[in-house]
Design a protein around this ligand. Structure first.
Ligand SMILES: [Fe+2]
Ligand SMILES: [Fe+2]
Length: 273
């Protein structure tokens, strides 16, 4: 299996790929390709697909980690190039999302309406795990969350006349059953990395040999980071290729504790499993 980081906040040195605050991965298994997330703008996704010599026509399916614009903003541009593609996500993808700072309220969810999304793609919205290709699964909803979530205090949803914290029920990841073991590919991991790891063990019966993507650990305190490091040590530790929203403090703590198990994963990174 081959995984390419197509869009990230950072880009490999000397790469011709473009960067933006967003995330997208290209997953190739047995000659078929899945796009996981679409970055924020569409322009970066399309440019980077061309740079890695991948025609939109060659992609078999798209999966979305959650509704936030930095993962779904390129979707409409992509679906115009590749209409009627099977699209895998959690049903809560369609719920409106907002970011509120004092009285400044911004919509940060999916920019497509439900009817336009249904006209552009073949929707597979399910809270249970879904098999996209042989060996390429969505995690399904990470329902049990005893550990802290990857939460931003600004993220919210409408609640009657008021607002409530975003429950992030749509937050899912992908699990790749590769010859090198399970590979966990996260979007923002708003469900929390520890909760996601426990869900993967319960659902797939094994722990990941590698973890990729955004881990949203910016708000994690020292106790949380210590528990995460301890858990990762017990799991091997797996190879960690965290990027996007992981956060510098968490990155440094993980790098200091887990040393050679940490690798960078900017746009342009190509991995074989
Ligand atoms: Fe994100
Ligand atoms: Fe997010």
């Amino acid at each position: 299996m081959k995984v390419t980081c197509l869009v990230d906040n950072a880009v490999q040195t000397r790469s011709t790929l473009w960067g933006e605050h967003g995330l997208a991965f290209l997953i190739e298994a047995e000659g078929r390709r899945v796009l996981f997330d679409t970055g924020a703008s569409g322009a970066v996704l399309v440019h980077n697909l061309l740079e890695v010599k991948t025609l939109p026509d060659s992609i078999t399916a798209v999966a979305l980690s959650h509704a936030h614009y930095d993962h779904t903003g390129g979707l409409s541009v992509f679906l115009e190039l590749r209409p009627r593609l099977p699209l895998y996500a959690h049903p809560d993808l369609l719920r409106e999302r907002f970011s509120r700072r004092e009285e400044d309220t911004r919509s940060v969810g999916l920019r497509l309406t439900e009817p336009s999304l249904r006209s552009l793609a073949d929707l597979h919205l399910n809270a249970a795990p879904q098999e996209i290709l042989p060996g390429v699964w969505t995690t399904g909803e990470i329902a049990e969350r005893p550990e802290p979530e990857g939460r931003s205090p600004h993220h919210c949803v409408r609640d009657g006349e008021g607002w409530a914290p975003d429950p992030y029920r749509d937050d899912i990841a992908l699990v790749l059953d590769s010859p090198a073991g399970l590979v966990l590919v996260c979007g923002c991991c708003h469900a929390g990395l520890l909760n996601t790891l426990a869900h993967v063990q319960r659902t797939f019966g094994r722990d990941p040999a590698a973890i990729l993507g955004g881990a949203h650990l910016g708000a994690a305190d020292q106790a949380h980071l210590r528990r995460l490091i301890e858990t990762l040590r017990l799991l091997g530790p797996p190879a960690l290729l965290l990027n996007h929203c992981t956060g510098l403090t968490a990155h440094l703590a993980l790098a200091f504790a887990l040393d050679e198990h940490i690798q960078p994963c900017p746009a342009g990174t190509v991995l074989e499993f």
